[in-house]
Design a protein. Structure first.
Length: 552
């Protein structure tokens, strides 16, 4: 088997590239180890806690014991299914702040500033706010990726935004537009009541073309001859075979599996490869390093009124919601139920938001396993730009073995101060008048946790990954010894090989990573095709005029 381009990974970026490359008339083979995304567990938005916890759809990775979180091993889900993590995620749509991308540009990812990436966000979006604010001039309306807003029928969604306003924060009509900072409506990749994954948006239309194919199997390594990637060694039905790439091999296998595959192919830190008996093709010490994530906590409150989603936390109600969704694609099943959010700055002197809030009108764990005491609500929150860095390394030269994942969360002292400040600012929001009719008492951390030491204990015990791993194949200048790819996503030191997914982010962006991952696939497609990038945008994003002296 052969094609012009062989893409490893049918995830967020891989699907976008398959669509754009095949649209341009190139032949594409996409290698995916996972299976079909059909069925209500994936396609029904409200069922989001299920696919993430099913080995059928998830690689099932765990971190090593995290030394600063009491030695806990955290789950590290990644999608092993058509659509990748866009088929098992929470469907939250956040572009990232303009300054995130300016930081990428300034740190060596030339051509990836906000003015450069905004046109790609517009190209990929098919945006509708349902007539509830937002500036169409900042958004795209005819791209493959449908972006919408939830119905926000529960009064708690509005109480959250009003409480933010009462606390002195701005309200934003569109955090993905000119002004991220503030409280407002959340956006989701949901279309006509269905999860609008990268598979639904990009891959399925691409597969209708004769020049795009998906091949099921486990990518074992990139085949490199005379310094050039010429194909992918694939295992399927118990046998290894090589799929040849006439033009290029493209890795889009996640922040865990992209560096793993590079190392298995002989690209990475030479000493580490030698430990596993792997022949070195390119000594790149940055492969697998620079691992980042968002760590978050659920700040939970018991509700005075029985208006939360807890009333549906029973088999009868779940069955009715499921039936309504199956037959009409409407009702509570048609939303991820994250319908209000906020982005705020933690203190004066911080130029742009470094705290994010996902508001949810039920007090429950993300995996759906534990519901708090009856009616309640919560925000998922944590600092956005932790200084801590981890690494993905090989446990074994066996391609079927999981990589070793250590985020090294909370390894910097500043992270503890930032997280404590985040919890205290959150309590202040829920102490506003707008929540007086609803807040009964604080469930987590619990009102007894007030001192720095007490909050540190709670963080150590209860902080969880927000499932936003990135950074392990950092994009930068060719002379940066820690960079893995250049600003056109080409692997430094090997011809005919690119990486385009969240692993190339130099630094984690503000918010959830699905949108920037898809944007990366969109922009990489133009680099791969040798096209001039889309013309830079002129829009000027909003930054708080008194950020140097005021926190809000």
């Amino acid at each position: 088997m052969q094609a012009d381009y062989v893409i490893i990974g049918a995830g967020s970026a891989g699907c976008a590239m398959a669509y754009r490359l095949s649209e341009a008339g190139r032949s594409v083979i996409v290698i995916e180890h996972g299976g079909t995304d059909a069925g209500p567990f994936i396609q029904m938005p409200a069922a989001l806690s299920y696919p993430m916890n099913m080995r059928r759809y998830d690689w099932g990775y765990m971190t090593e014991p995290e030394p600063h979180l009491g030695g806990r091993r955290l789950v590290a889900p990644r999608g092993k299914v058509i659509g990748g993590s866009s088929s098992i995620n929470g469907m939250v749509y956040v572009r990232g702040h303009a300054r995130d991308f300016d930081h990428w540009r300034d740190s060596g990812a030339e051509g990836w500033g906000y003015a450069d990436v905004l046109p790609y966000y517009k190209r990929m979006e098919n945006w509708s706010d349902g007539g509830h604010g937002g500036d169409p001039a900042w958004r795209g309306t005819d791209g493959p990726l449908h972006v919408s807003r939830g119905p926000r029928k529960n009064p708690l969604f509005h109480a959250f935004v009003e409480a933010g306003r009462q606390a002195g924060y701005p309200v934003t009509a569109d955090y993905n537009g000119a002004q991220q900072e503030g409280f407002g409506a959340f956006e989701q990749t949901v279309h006509k009541g269905r999860r609008w994954s990268a598979a639904n948006a990009y891959l399925k239309p691409a597969l209708k073309r004769e020049n795009c194919t998906v091949v099921r199997g486990l990518a074992e390594k990139v085949v490199i001859r005379d310094g050039r990637a010429v194909g992918v060694q694939l295992k399927r039905a118990g046998k290894s075979e090589v799929i040849e790439a006439r033009a290029e091999v493209i890795l889009a296998a996640s922040a865990f599996n992209s560096p793993k595959l590079l190392m298995l192919s002989g690209i990475g830190p030479a000493a580490h490869l030698a430990e596993h008996g792997i022949e070195v093709m390119a000594d790149r010490k940055g492969v697998g390093q620079n691992l980042q994530d968002h760590l978050e906590m659920y700040i939970q409150f018991a509700s005075k009124l029985p208006i939360t989603l807890y009333k549906h936390w029973n088999l009868v109600s779940k069955a009715m919601i499921g039936a309504q969704w199956l037959f009409t694609k409407t009702g509570l099943g048609a939303s991820n139920n994250f319908e209000s959010c906020a982005f705020i700055r933690s203190e004066a002197g911080v130029e742009y938001p470094d705290i994010q809030y996902h508001f949810l009108p039920i007090a429950v764990r993300y995996d759906g396993k534990t519901v708090a005491e009856g009616h309640g609500f919560q925000v998922h929150t944590g600092p956005m730009r932790s200084a801590s860095r981890g690494a993905v390394t090989l446990k074994s030269a066996d391609p079927s073995a999981a990589p070793r994942i250590l985020f090294n969360y909370m390894s910097e002292e500043k992270d503890w101060a930032d997280f404590r400040r985040c919890i205290r600012l959150t309590r202040e929001v829920f102490g506003q008048e707008a929540f007086e009719p609803y807040v009964k008492h604080e469930i987590q951390p619990g009102i007894a946790a007030q001192t720095d030491d007490a909050l540190d204990d709670v963080i150590r015990e209860h902080a969880e990954s927000a499932y936003h791993p990135c950074g392990t194949c950092k994009m930068g200048r060719a002379d940066d010894p820690w960079a893995v790819v250049d600003s056109e996503c080409r692997v430094i030191g090997v011809d005919g090989l690119r990486v385009a997914d969240s692993s190339i982010f130099p630094r984690i962006t503000n918010g959830n990573l699905n949108a920037p991952s898809i944007m990366t696939g969109e922009k990489a497609s133009d680099h791969i095709l040798g096209r001039a990038p889309l013309a830079a945008a002129n829009e000027e994003p909003w930054v708080h005029p008194a950020w140097q002296s005021e926190q809000r």
